[in-house]
Structure formats: structure tokens, C-alpha cells
Design a protein. Structure first.
Length: 131
């Protein structure tokens, strides 16, 4: 059982193509969740502040009946910022905390203090044997 847990830990902590594929699938699902969050929570707050729940209808009329839909771009920027913040706070920060916890156990123990009697005695034995 301990070996399986060790292998599972190694699997989680190394980067490879399978993990990247899993991350891609999870990101797609997470993106849908964040899009819903932006559409149902952020946009109404923006609407309360600016008087419009969505900027998608904001346009600039250009020459020859051309229309520049800059509002749709602003909505995509808001959605992207929401996704980036969500990924950072809900995936990157927890992963870094877990990674730091695993890395702590891999460090070598600190050397014993020089004034420790056992260290002094072992050095004397070592020096006596080397003569």
C-alpha cells in the first residue's frame, strides 16, 4: 500500500503529456463554470454599476455601414480576467502549497551541531582509526 501511495505521489508531481491532457479537459470544464459565474454574477454587478448588464451591444459606427463591436471584446476581456483569476486562486495557489509541502519532506536533515558530544566522539574515533 505504501508503494502504491508513493507511486501515486510521483505521478501527481511529475509533468508529462497525459497530465497535460487531463489538465486541458479540466480547464475546459472549469472554463464553463467560470463563464457561468461571469454571466450570472459579475455581469449583473457590472450592470448595476454602469447601467447595462452586458457590454456586447456597445458599438462604434464606422464608414460604409461598418460597425466595430468593441463591447463584445470588453465582455471577453472580463471573462478572460475571471478565468485567469479563478485558475490562479483555485488551482495554482493550492498546487504550489501542496508542492511545497511535498518538497519539505525531501530535504536532507540538518547536520548535527558541532558541540554535540556524540559528534566529537565519532570524529575522535574516525581520526584514531585513520592513523
Amino acid at each position: 500500500m505504501k508503494k502504491i501511495l508513493g507511486e501515486f505521489k510521483d505521478f501527481l508531481m511529475r509533468g508529462n503529456l497525459v497530465e497535460l491532457a487531463i489538465a486541458f479537459v479540466m480547464a475546459a470544464a472549469f472554463s464553463a463554470l467560470v463563464n457561468s459565474f461571469v454571466d450570472t454574477i459579475v455581469n449583473p454587478i457590472v450592470g448595476a454599476i454602469f447601467g447595462q448588464p452586458s457590454f456586447s451591444s456597445l458599438t462604434i459606427d464606422l464608414w460604409s455601414n461598418a460597425v466595430l463591436y468593441y463591447g463584445a471584446f470588453l465582455m471577453e476581456v472580463i471573462t478572460f480576467a475571471g478565468i485567469a483569476a479563478s485558475v490562479f486562486f483555485f488551482i495554482v495557489k493550492p498546487y504550489n502549497a501542496i508542492r511545497a509541502r511535498f518538497d519539505e519532506g525531501d530535504e536532507a536533515p540538518p547536520p548535527p551541531p558541532e558541540d554535540d558530544e556524540s559528534v566529537v566522539l565519532l570524529r575522535e574515533i574516525r581520526d584514531a582509526l585513520s592513523k
